[in-house]
Write a new protein. Structure first.
Length: 326
């Protein structure tokens, strides 16, 4: 269709992608077999039938279960390289990838195994496809700040490969304020700061992420629309919001895509962008997120191009690289 071709033709950035959330069911089975791990599901079809979520936690339970097949450097490499292959076909030219070291360290997989696999694949993707990249280590907010501090410590030998830190996992009951000290220490190491906020949690968590953690970008941030003062601030300071419409739909953050706030946010002047979060679980990569959102909200060509331009503006590319696209 015309709309699909238009979206395909726009160079895009992926700024909100959990690499563990790009583990497709068939690859999960392949790696499980290789590692002699028995999955709780008989087949790919069986597993995919379980991809029905009423909220964030129901998804996270399955996402952490799936990640248990990842043991060796080769597994992390393959996961990441398969992802890049896919988005290269979607005209994604720059990615900023989250990884969750604690999900793996807690199972006895060394930090070095995780990051070597991911980083080597990102390097190969850059050489083969020209996809530039940044890497963001995310702390799991359902764990303690002390655990996050240990992770920060373990990351330091690989500091040159890591551009930023984030905060993800179960939002309700785990406010940004729980992580003030570790974010401060992360900034002192030169890491850039982002945080999930206002996905399921209230707008107050967006304020906390900005004021207490000092993040430069908010992941999701849907709930800002509840607060005109917050919206004005996001516009004035041009704080990017990395939105994930299909994720929001699958996790019931919105009841239908027609209710998604992205069009209103663009109208207000918010630096909103569209991304895929956990594409293997939510049924869509970048182009599908653009397409389904465009259809539901009747987005214009100008709005779609604006979303992509916002992606470059919100990225951590240097000014010269950004200007080729904005
Ligand atoms: N980890 C992976 N996907 C996530 C999401 N959408 N929200 C919070 N944590 C996550
Ligand atoms: Zn996310």
């Amino acid at each position: 269709s015309h709309l699909k071709e238009l979206i395909q033709g726009i160079p895009k950035t992926e700024l909100h992608l959990h690499i563990e959330g790009s583990l497709e069911a068939d690859l999960m089975f392949k790696i499980a077999r290789r590692n002699n791990i028995e999955l709780a599901y008989k087949s790919v079809e069986d597993l995919k039938k379980a991809y029905k979520f009423n909220n964030l936690q129901e998804f996270l339970d399955l996402y952490y279960l799936g990640a248990q097949v990842l043991l060796h450097e080769q597994d992390f490499f393959e996961l990441t390289y398969e992802y890049l292959k896919k988005v290269h076909q979607q005209n994604v030219v720059h990615v900023e990838v989250f990884f969750d070291p604690q999900t793996h360290i807690e199972r006895g997989v060394p930090f070095s195994v995780v990051i070597n696999g991911i980083y080597n694949a990102l390097k190969k993707g850059e050489q083969e496809y020209g996809i530039t990249f940044k890497l963001i280590m995310s702390y799991l907010r359902h764990l303690s700040e002390e655990a996050a501090f240990k992770t920060l410590e373990e990351s330091l030998p690989f500091k040159e490969w890591i551009d930023g830190v984030g905060l993800d996992s179960s939002e309700l009951g785990n406010p940004p304020s729980k992580f003030i000290n570790v974010f401060k220490a992360s900034a002192a190491q030169g890491y850039k700061l982002v945080s999930h906020a206002g996905e399921e949690g209230p707008k107050e968590y967006i304020y906390e992420a900005l004021d207490l953690l000092k993040v430069i970008r908010i992941d999701h941030g849907n709930r800002c629309v509840d607060d005109e003062i917050l919206v004005k601030r996001l516009v004035k300071e041009q704080i990017p919001l990395t939105l994930c419409p299909l994720s929001n739909l699958e996790l019931k953050v919105v009841q239908k895509l027609e209710d998604h706030p992205v069009a209103k946010m663009l109208d207000k002047g918010i630096l909103a962008t569209i991304h895929s979060d956990d594409p293997a679980y939510f049924g869509g990569y970048m182009n599908e997120n653009y397409y389904e959102t465009a259809k539901a909200l009747n987005l214009s060509t100008t709005q779609l191009k604006q979303l992509a331009i916002n992606g470059f503006k919100a990225s951590w590319l240097d000014q010269e690289a950004k200007e080729k696209h904005i």
